[in-house]
Design a protein around this ligand. Structure first.
Ligand code: PMP
Length: 404
């Protein structure tokens, strides 16, 4: 059992009032809040060891480099990568996906195929469209059913020897649906395609095991898992990272530069040009330690309880429609109320201290599928409570009365 009050005390922002009401933060899908230990670690880095990494022989530079590489090691252990050099620091999921899509420019030929799903965030659609435009490859899309689940038989039919990469999210940000990624990875491998998993919405809730999954790439953001903004990780299998060309050129990613020819550094540095978010990377390690100390099994169990409770309570509201009616869901309730624009509900409940996301959630194809402009999305974290869910339900009922 989690001691929620003790956990909440770790997050200074949660004791705030917003618009004169206690803050109820249900926009965790957009970004999570940060515990004091993470905030302190960021300050400590700048107070005590700030220096550029991998460059200086001086003591501070060594300390900063060591701390950065310790953080890389923590991520490696956390996701069970085989080697630390398979763990690349990025600025977030978007950066990681673009790095891979850009690398595939040199691999794809006209007529090759890239498979994405209908459930993707724009950042796992647009880079692949750009790749297809550059190479003449064709984008194929796995459809969804009315419950917001991928139609897996249609995925099977899309695969052929033309398929070069399949890219799907682990958990949908707009609906919370958990995708059958192990099946997708294994099936895509039967035709020799690489698989990228967008884990942005998964890592706050579970511990991905990349070797067990056997995915070729797994991208995620630090800021959704209690870490700082502008941090992220791209895991890539060694053989793939060796095959892909560098994404950006610059300092740190070279072995030798002459005007005739440049040779590139070994992994992971080949993909880490320029001065990175050093403090951010180190502090992401602190965030991962914090989450592991609480325990992902407990987090998962408690968040499922919140999800179940929220679904039950919201279903009391007349005219509600919840999107993504599936058992395989994590911590998200995406809904609309008959005849009311989601933005109007969101604005009114904000005045009551409730922070939810309204709109298309950077997933316009899903909204188009359901023929709606957007949804109201409440996304929960382990520091939320059932009392907060009650407050949201009452606020939504109030907004409904005002707007009807
Ligand atoms: N994919 C998914 C599923 C997401 O939810 C998000 C963030 N909302 C992203 C990708 C992009 O993450 P970031 O903006 O941190 O790069």
């Amino acid at each position: 059992m989690l001691d929620i009050q003790k956990i909440r005390a770790d997050f200074p922002i949660l004791s705030q009032t917003v618009n004169g009401k206690p803050l109820v933060y249900f926009d965790n899908g957009a970004t999570s809040q940060k515990p004091q230990i993470v905030i302190d670690a960021e300050v400590k880095y700048y107070q005590e060891i700030n220096a550029n990494i991998h460059r200086g022989v001086h003591t501070l530079s060594q300390l900063a480099t060591d701390a950065y590489e310790v953080a890389r090691g923590k991520v490696k252990d956390h996701i069970n990568a085989k080697f630390a050099h398979e763990v690349l620091f990025t600025s977030g999921t978007t950066h990681g996906i673009n790095l891979v899509a850009n690398g595939f420019v040199s691999i794809l030929k006209p007529g090759d195929e890239v498979v994405v799903s209908s459930l993707e965030h724009h950042s796992n659609i647009v880079p692949w469209q750009m790749l297809c435009e550059k190479t003449g490859a064709i984008l194929k899309v796995i459809p969804i059913n009315n419950n917001g689940e991928l139609i897996i038989e249609e995925f099977d039919k899309l695969l052929s020897d033309k398929t070069k990469i399949v890219t799907v999210n682990h958990i949908s940000n707009a609906l919370g649906v958990i995708n059958p990624i192990k099946y997708i990875i294994d099936k895509a491998h039967t035709v020799g395609a690489a698989v990228l998993i967008d884990g942005a919405q998964a890592v706050p809730h579970l511990k991905p095991n990349v070797q067990e999954l056997d995915c070729d790439f797994y991208a995620f953001s630090g800021h959704k898992m209690c870490g700082p903004t502008g941090t992220g990780i791209l895991y890539g299998k060694e053989e793939w990272l060796n095959k892909l060309p560098p994404y950006q050129g610059g300092g740190e990613m070279i072995k030798e530069v002459t005007f005739e020819k440049t040779t590139y550094a070994d992994l992971p540095h080949k993909f880490e040009a320029g001065t990175p978010n050093i403090a951010g990377g180190i502090v992401l390690g602190t965030a991962i330690d914090y989450l592991n100390e609480i325990g992902f099994d407990k987090i998962h169990e408690y968040e499922n309880e919140l999800l179940e409770y929220a679904t039950k309570r919201l279903n009391e509201i007349e005219g509600i429609r919840i999107y993504g009616n599936t058992k395989n869901k994590a911590s998200v309730v995406s809904f609309n109320i008959d005849g009311i624009h989601p933005y109007d509900i969101g604005s009114i409940i904000d005045k009551l201290g409730i922070a939810v996301r309204t709109g298309h959630h950077c997933a316009q194809p899903i909204m188009n599928f359901f023929c709606i402009p957007g949804t109201i999305r409440a996304s929960f974290s382990f520091y939320n409570t059932k009392e907060e869910i009650d407050a949201m339900v009452e606020a939504v009922k109030k907004a409904q009365t005002m707007l009807s």
